[in-house]
Design a protein around this ligand. Structure first.
Ligand SMILES: [Zn+2]
Length: 76
């Protein structure tokens, strides 16, 4: 698994932290992984408030701990 934490491969391309496939700028995960998250987590992660960064941290921590995508929970 890719252990880099800046979300980019050595060439600077954005990659999905879950599967290392390319992802779009501004998206946390690639188009294949994002729908696997629980709906509640997706709604929370799309909110851009002061908890947006801690939520991203929670998401990445769980991915790095090999939590299944459909079990990931973040702050509401
Ligand atoms: Zn992915």
């Amino acid at each position: 698994m890719n252990t880099r934490h800046n979300g980019a491969d050595p060439a600077g391309n954005l990659v999905c932290p879950s599967c290392n496939r390319p992802r779009e700028a501004g998206k946390y995960l690639c188009f294949a992984c994002w729908p696997l998250l629980p709906a509640r987590a997706r709604i929370s992660l799309k909110r851009r408030d002061r908890l947006a960064l801690p939520r991203l941290r929670e998401l990445l921590d769980q991915i790095h701990d090999s939590t299944p995508l459909d079990r990931i929970e973040v702050a509401p």
